[in-house]
Design a protein around this ligand. Structure first.
Ligand code: ZN
Length: 218
Protein backbone atom coordinates (compact mmCIF):
# COMPACT_ATOMS: atom_id res chain seq x y z
CA UNK A 1 0.00 0.00 0.00
CA UNK A 2 1.24 3.46 -0.91
CA UNK A 3 2.20 5.93 1.79
CA UNK A 4 0.29 9.16 1.43
CA UNK A 5 2.19 12.40 2.04
CA UNK A 6 -0.48 15.06 2.34
CA UNK A 7 1.84 18.06 2.03
CA UNK A 8 5.35 18.50 0.69
CA UNK A 9 7.38 21.21 -1.02
CA UNK A 10 9.72 18.65 -2.59
CA UNK A 11 8.88 18.83 -6.29
CA UNK A 12 10.78 15.56 -6.94
CA UNK A 13 8.84 13.57 -4.37
CA UNK A 14 8.14 10.04 -5.59
CA UNK A 15 5.60 8.87 -3.04
CA UNK A 16 1.87 9.36 -3.35
CA UNK A 17 2.16 12.99 -2.35
CA UNK A 18 0.40 16.29 -2.68
CA UNK A 19 3.12 18.63 -3.87
CA UNK A 20 2.54 22.23 -2.93
CA UNK A 21 2.88 24.95 -5.55
CA UNK A 22 2.81 28.70 -5.17
CA UNK A 23 1.31 30.51 -8.17
CA UNK A 24 4.79 31.51 -9.40
CA UNK A 25 5.82 27.84 -9.42
CA UNK A 26 3.11 26.68 -11.82
CA UNK A 27 5.64 25.99 -14.58
CA UNK A 28 6.93 23.10 -12.43
CA UNK A 29 3.66 21.24 -12.80
CA UNK A 30 4.07 17.68 -13.99
CA UNK A 31 0.96 16.09 -15.45
CA UNK A 32 1.45 12.80 -13.61
CA UNK A 33 1.32 14.31 -10.16
CA UNK A 34 -1.07 15.72 -7.60
CA UNK A 35 -0.66 19.29 -6.49
CA UNK A 36 -2.07 21.87 -4.16
CA UNK A 37 -2.04 25.49 -5.31
CA UNK A 38 -2.49 28.60 -3.23
CA UNK A 39 -1.14 31.89 -1.93
CA UNK A 40 0.75 31.30 1.33
CA UNK A 41 -0.04 33.78 4.16
CA UNK A 42 3.65 34.75 4.32
CA UNK A 43 3.48 35.89 0.70
CA UNK A 44 0.40 38.12 0.69
CA UNK A 45 2.26 41.36 1.31
CA UNK A 46 5.09 40.49 -1.10
CA UNK A 47 3.23 39.50 -4.26
CA UNK A 48 0.62 40.96 -6.60
CA UNK A 49 -2.32 39.41 -4.77
CA UNK A 50 -4.98 40.18 -7.38
CA UNK A 51 -2.89 38.69 -10.15
CA UNK A 52 -2.10 35.56 -8.10
CA UNK A 53 -5.73 35.11 -7.05
CA UNK A 54 -6.66 35.06 -10.74
CA UNK A 55 -4.07 32.31 -11.33
CA UNK A 56 -5.33 30.25 -8.37
CA UNK A 57 -8.90 30.61 -9.59
CA UNK A 58 -8.08 29.69 -13.18
CA UNK A 59 -6.04 26.58 -12.27
CA UNK A 60 -8.29 25.48 -9.43
CA UNK A 61 -10.37 23.59 -11.98
CA UNK A 62 -7.35 21.69 -13.36
CA UNK A 63 -7.45 17.98 -12.53
CA UNK A 64 -3.82 17.98 -11.35
CA UNK A 65 -4.65 20.58 -8.72
CA UNK A 66 -6.43 18.39 -6.18
CA UNK A 67 -6.46 20.89 -3.30
CA UNK A 68 -6.30 24.63 -2.65
CA UNK A 69 -3.39 25.33 -0.32
CA UNK A 70 -1.44 26.01 1.54
CA UNK A 71 -3.52 28.98 2.48
CA UNK A 72 -4.30 30.45 5.86
CA UNK A 73 -3.32 32.68 8.73
CA UNK A 74 -0.04 33.30 10.55
CA UNK A 75 0.15 35.76 13.45
CA UNK A 76 3.96 35.63 13.37
CA UNK A 77 3.92 37.28 9.95
CA UNK A 78 2.84 40.73 8.89
CA UNK A 79 -0.37 42.14 7.51
CA UNK A 80 -2.86 39.88 9.23
CA UNK A 81 -5.88 41.73 7.79
CA UNK A 82 -4.68 41.13 4.26
CA UNK A 83 -3.91 37.48 5.12
CA UNK A 84 -7.51 37.09 6.25
CA UNK A 85 -8.92 38.73 3.15
CA UNK A 86 -6.81 36.54 0.82
CA UNK A 87 -7.64 33.43 2.87
CA UNK A 88 -11.39 34.06 2.55
CA UNK A 89 -11.09 34.67 -1.19
CA UNK A 90 -9.22 31.39 -1.63
CA UNK A 91 -11.83 29.54 0.45
CA UNK A 92 -14.40 30.87 -2.02
CA UNK A 93 -12.29 29.55 -4.93
CA UNK A 94 -12.07 26.12 -3.26
CA UNK A 95 -15.83 26.03 -2.82
CA UNK A 96 -16.41 27.00 -6.44
CA UNK A 97 -14.03 24.36 -7.79
CA UNK A 98 -15.09 21.89 -5.09
CA UNK A 99 -11.52 21.16 -3.95
CA UNK A 100 -10.40 20.40 -0.38
CA UNK A 101 -8.39 23.07 1.45
CA UNK A 102 -4.94 22.67 3.04
CA UNK A 103 -4.50 25.24 5.79
CA UNK A 104 -1.41 26.79 7.35
CA UNK A 105 -2.37 28.20 10.75
CA UNK A 106 0.11 29.58 13.27
CA UNK A 107 -1.02 31.30 16.47
CA UNK A 108 -4.32 32.17 14.79
CA UNK A 109 -6.63 29.32 15.80
CA UNK A 110 -9.24 31.59 17.38
CA UNK A 111 -9.51 33.51 14.10
CA UNK A 112 -9.68 30.24 12.17
CA UNK A 113 -12.41 28.86 14.44
CA UNK A 114 -14.34 32.10 14.04
CA UNK A 115 -14.17 31.70 10.25
CA UNK A 116 -15.28 28.06 10.51
CA UNK A 117 -18.28 29.18 12.59
CA UNK A 118 -19.31 32.07 10.38
CA UNK A 119 -18.61 30.78 6.87
CA UNK A 120 -20.22 27.86 5.11
CA UNK A 121 -17.21 25.86 4.00
CA UNK A 122 -18.62 22.93 2.12
CA UNK A 123 -15.29 21.33 1.20
CA UNK A 124 -13.02 19.15 3.39
CA UNK A 125 -10.37 20.96 5.45
CA UNK A 126 -6.89 19.70 6.34
CA UNK A 127 -4.82 21.67 8.85
CA UNK A 128 -1.23 20.97 7.87
CA UNK A 129 1.58 20.76 10.46
CA UNK A 130 -0.93 21.12 13.24
CA UNK A 131 0.57 23.07 16.15
CA UNK A 132 -2.35 23.66 18.52
CA UNK A 133 -3.28 21.99 21.79
CA UNK A 134 -5.80 19.21 22.46
CA UNK A 135 -8.72 21.63 23.09
CA UNK A 136 -8.15 23.31 19.73
CA UNK A 137 -7.74 19.92 18.06
CA UNK A 138 -11.09 18.78 19.47
CA UNK A 139 -12.84 21.97 18.30
CA UNK A 140 -11.42 21.65 14.78
CA UNK A 141 -12.36 17.98 14.59
CA UNK A 142 -15.92 18.94 15.57
CA UNK A 143 -15.98 21.04 12.42
CA UNK A 144 -14.89 17.96 10.47
CA UNK A 145 -11.28 19.12 10.01
CA UNK A 146 -8.39 16.72 9.48
CA UNK A 147 -5.08 17.40 11.24
CA UNK A 148 -1.78 16.59 9.57
CA UNK A 149 1.43 15.78 11.45
CA UNK A 150 5.07 15.68 10.42
CA UNK A 151 8.49 16.07 11.90
CA UNK A 152 7.22 17.52 15.21
CA UNK A 153 6.25 13.95 16.11
CA UNK A 154 9.95 13.25 16.67
CA UNK A 155 10.17 15.78 19.48
CA UNK A 156 9.07 13.88 22.58
CA UNK A 157 8.85 17.11 24.60
CA UNK A 158 6.51 18.83 22.15
CA UNK A 159 2.80 19.18 22.82
CA UNK A 160 2.25 17.96 19.27
CA UNK A 161 3.26 14.43 20.24
CA UNK A 162 0.85 14.47 23.19
CA UNK A 163 -1.99 15.84 21.06
CA UNK A 164 -1.33 13.24 18.40
CA UNK A 165 -1.39 10.43 20.95
CA UNK A 166 -4.90 11.42 22.00
CA UNK A 167 -6.78 12.09 18.80
CA UNK A 168 -8.85 9.78 16.66
CA UNK A 169 -7.25 8.02 13.69
CA UNK A 170 -10.15 9.09 11.51
CA UNK A 171 -8.98 12.70 11.50
CA UNK A 172 -5.27 12.44 10.76
CA UNK A 173 -2.82 12.68 7.90
CA UNK A 174 0.97 12.75 7.64
CA UNK A 175 3.34 15.03 5.80
CA UNK A 176 6.98 15.93 5.30
CA UNK A 177 6.37 19.64 4.48
CA UNK A 178 9.80 21.23 3.94
CA UNK A 179 11.61 19.01 6.47
CA UNK A 180 14.46 16.77 5.46
CA UNK A 181 12.72 13.52 6.44
CA UNK A 182 11.09 10.66 4.61
CA UNK A 183 7.38 10.01 4.88
CA UNK A 184 8.25 6.38 5.81
CA UNK A 185 9.94 7.68 8.96
CA UNK A 186 6.88 9.75 9.91
CA UNK A 187 4.57 6.73 9.56
CA UNK A 188 6.98 4.57 11.58
CA UNK A 189 7.19 7.13 14.38
CA UNK A 190 3.41 7.61 14.35
CA UNK A 191 2.71 3.89 14.69
CA UNK A 192 5.15 3.73 17.61
CA UNK A 193 3.44 6.63 19.39
CA UNK A 194 -0.04 5.23 18.76
CA UNK A 195 1.03 1.67 19.51
CA UNK A 196 -0.54 0.22 16.41
CA UNK A 197 0.72 -1.86 13.53
CA UNK A 198 1.95 0.19 10.62
CA UNK A 199 -0.28 -1.76 8.21
CA UNK A 200 -3.37 -0.72 10.19
CA UNK A 201 -2.19 2.87 10.23
CA UNK A 202 -1.54 2.89 6.46
CA UNK A 203 -5.01 1.49 5.82
CA UNK A 204 -6.60 4.16 8.03
CA UNK A 205 -4.78 7.02 6.29
CA UNK A 206 -5.75 5.56 2.94
CA UNK A 207 -9.41 5.48 4.07
CA UNK A 208 -9.12 9.09 5.29
CA UNK A 209 -7.70 10.09 1.93
CA UNK A 210 -10.57 8.41 0.15
CA UNK A 211 -13.07 10.23 2.37
CA UNK A 212 -11.56 13.61 1.53
CA UNK A 213 -10.52 13.22 -2.10
CA UNK A 214 -12.94 10.51 -3.24
CA UNK A 215 -10.04 8.61 -4.82
CA UNK A 216 -9.03 5.14 -3.78
CA UNK A 217 -5.31 4.57 -3.14
CA UNK A 218 -3.80 1.08 -3.12
ZN1 ZN B 1 4.29 23.87 3.74
Amino acid sequence: MKLINIHTHNKQDNNFSIINLFPEELSLINVRKNYSLGIHPWEVSKVDVDEQLKIVERYSFSKNIIAIGEIGLDKLHQNFDLQKEVFLKQIAIARKSNKPIIIHCVKAFSDLLHILKSEIISVPIIIHRFSGNKTIADKLIKFGCYLSFGHELFNSKSKTQRVFKNINFKNIFFETDDANIKIEEVYKKASEIKLIKSEVLKQQISDNFQNVFKVKIY
